[in-house]
Design a protein around this ligand. Structure first.
Ligand SMILES: *Cc1c(COP(=O)(O)O)cnc(C)c1O
Length: 383
């Protein structure tokens, strides 16, 4: 792969940015499992390698691919999404003020609240997608705006370019959790964000078999260096085998994504006017409140994540998730297999999730099979 050619991201992904094993010609780079690296004859480090907690060559190769897909100067892979989030927040001054969506990925929010309870952070929330609410949550000393778009589990779409403008005017940083809108459809840095964040456990890897997190940026400064230092000191770099699997996963990112988008829009349209369904939340539907911004910002499709609010009780909704045969009743998202989850069972009443909401992660199976499965499950539980 020639260095300076302007290749499309599909090509870069499929060929893992042209990284092969130079020594053997192996078209798949080998996994480097070593934890330590011998110095050369001058007692110098080779390629800056020293110890696996500081990162490994395989992790670096995965980072090369992601940086190219995000059109970023640099990227870092972590051993989970949560540890990537933790590294960013640890790089802020003690007690820094951050504003976060009131609905967002549950685990990250719970972790932030713990930090705030101990006084390490000061936290205010805004209504996702609502810029007035965001502005009123901000203070003069706000250090960071956390955006998650589309927002889990309602799939509200926040205008990244507009948030970035507000942030610039007030000197705050913007981080976009783009887990459910991978670079196939949204490149947050090109829209003005400072950091793009992913739980690479989800679409980037895509096979529900690796826990990983990623950050990318064009802001190469002391803070970015510090985020790397936190990763070293906490031992949260992505290990070799996992990095190798993520790199393999990213090779098929675009085809997986396109198929999931194609399936999801069919499912969303089918259940949008369904007698046993109150509402479908999916930014790809023209009647969805986030559709106009999604059209502008999700240029490569609306993804595989949606929620179906059924006509029925909490128990009826839970029964839908018990009745499906293809949609596996499991948490997580972004894999090739379709998943269904009754979020209220997980989050309880404190986080505003509707009792009748079922979150779907639509995979790459046949769309008609998936629709038939949901039909029978909803009819049995709510009919
Ligand atoms: C899964 C997820 C996370 C957390 O990532 P882990 O890899 O589970 O640590 C953060 N944000 C979103 C949107 C997620 O889906």
């Amino acid at each position: 792969m020639k260095k300076n050619s302007r290749l499309s991201p599909e090509t870069i992904a499929a060929q893992a940015a042209g990284q092969i094993d130079e020594k053997t010609g192996s078209v798949i780079p080998p996994i480097q499992m070593a934890t330590t690296y011998a110095r050369d004859e001058n007692y110098e480090r080779r390629e800056d390698l020293i110890y696996a907690r500081y990162g490994t060559p395989t992790c670096g190769q995965a980072e090369n691919v992601l940086a190219k897909l995000e059109e970023a100067e640099d990227a870092l892979f972590f051993n989970s999404g949560l540890s990537a989030a933790a590294a960013v927040l640890e790089s802020l001054p003690a007690g820094a003020h951050i504003v976060v969506p009131e609905n967002m990925y549950f685990g990250v929010l719970v972790w932030m609240q713990r930090q705030a309870d101990k006084g390490y952070l000061s936290l205010d929330t805004y209504v996702p997608a609502d810029l007035d609410s965001l502005e009123s949550a901000m203070r003069d000393d706000t250090a960071l705006i956390w955006v998650e778009t589309p927002t889990n589990p309602t799939w509200a779409v926040t205008d990244i370019a507009a948030v970035s403008k507000i942030a610039k005017a007030k000197g705050a940083l913007v981080l976009v959790d783009s887990t459910t809108a991978p670079p196939c459809t949204t490149k947050p840095l090109n829209l003005g964000a400072d950091y793009a964040f992913h739980s690479a456990t989800k679409y980037l890897n895509g096979h529900s078999d690796v826990l990983a997190g990623a950050l990318s940026t064009n802001l190469i400064d002391d803070r970015w260096e510090d985020i790397g230092v936190v990763r070293k000191l906490q031992g949260t770099a992505l290990p070799g085998f996992e990095a190798w699997l993520v790199m393999r996963g990213m090779r098929t990112l675009y085809v997986r994504w396109n198929k999931a988008c194609e399936n999801a829009i069919k499912i969303a349209k089918h259940f949008n006017d369904h007698p046993l369904v109150e509402r479908v939340q999916y930014p790809g539907l023209p009647n969805d409140p986030g559709h106009a911004i999604a059209q502008k910002q999700m240029t490569g499709g609306f993804g595989g994540m949606m929620s179906i609010l059924v006509k029925g009780s909490e128990q009826a909704a839970r029964n839908v998730a018990r009745n499906t045969e293809l949609f596996l009743p499991a948490t997580s998202l972004g894999g090739v297999e379709s998943l269904i989850e009754h979020r209220f069972t997980i989050e309880g009443p404190d986080y505003g999730v509707a009792e009748n909401l079922l979150r779907l992660s639509v995979g790459i199976e046949d769309a008609d099979d998936l629709i038939a499965d949901l039909e029978q499950a909803i009819t049995r539980a709510c009919g």
